[in-house]
Design a protein around this ligand. Structure first.
Ligand SMILES: [Zn+2]
Ligand SMILES: [Zn+2]
Length: 200
């Protein structure tokens, strides 16, 4: 039986203060990294306890703070890269008094980073989500605004993912970028490394 990992009052106060003062992406990212550091081992232990082999969380290769409003967080993984993930958190999570929601979103994405590439919000995700909520006193859910992204996909015909930074864009029709991706560069990272998925 894993020990309960309830957030100690002292830790909570420190994070609350950091959140109130997180007026730049550097500080926001630092707070997220502290949270990950705090929950990583307890989460791995909890998952390992229910799995036949030890579970270790993918290392966040990058923690990005986005200006996105469509989703609070995301954990991107690449097939074949078993040890790393790319985490994104919306800037809109970071305001005074929102620590619990931030913590839920961070733990939600951490759980993705502990599970296989293809799991999504599947059976195992939901099982461990309950276990984590019990043990950590969190309220992770699957009703995150991530769902809205899936709906967006239904409208569009093409999804273009930058293989270098993970930036995602959607297109209604096969324009120049879809036809000749090698001629274009990502607006975020300036690499030309697009993966195009036809959605319907
Ligand atoms: Zn999720
Ligand atoms: Zn890029």
């Amino acid at each position: 039986m894993a020990e309960k990992t309830i957030l100690p009052e002292e830790q909570r106060c420190l994070w609350e203060r950091m959140l109130a003062e997180a007026d730049g992406d550097y500080r926001r990212r630092r707070l997220v990294l502290l949270m990950i550091e705090f929950y990583k081992k307890p989460m791995e232990d909890l998952l390992s306890e229910h799995t036949s082999k030890p579970v270790s969380m993918r290392r966040p290769e990058r923690v990005h703070i986005s200006s996105g409003v469509r989703q609070y967080g995301s954990c991107r993984m690449e097939r074949g890269k078993k040890d790393i993930c790319f985490l994104t958190f919306s800037r809109h999570l970071f305001f005074e008094g929102n620590l619990d929601r931030l913590r839920n979103v961070v733990c939600h994405e951490m759980l993705h980073a502990c599970l296989p590439y293809s799991e999504g919000h599947g059976r195992r995700f939901r099982f461990f989500m309950e276990k984590i909520n019990e043990a950590f006193g969190t309220e992770i859910s699957v009703h995150s605004p991530e769902e809205t992204i899936k709906q967006t996909e239904k409208l569009y015909k093409y999804k273009v993912v930058c293989g270098s930074c993970g930036n995602v864009t959607y297109y209604l029709r096969a324009g120049a970028l879809i036809k000749n991706p090698e001629l274009f560069r990502c607006v975020k990272c300036h690499e030309s490394n697009f993966r195009i998925e036809q959605l319907r």
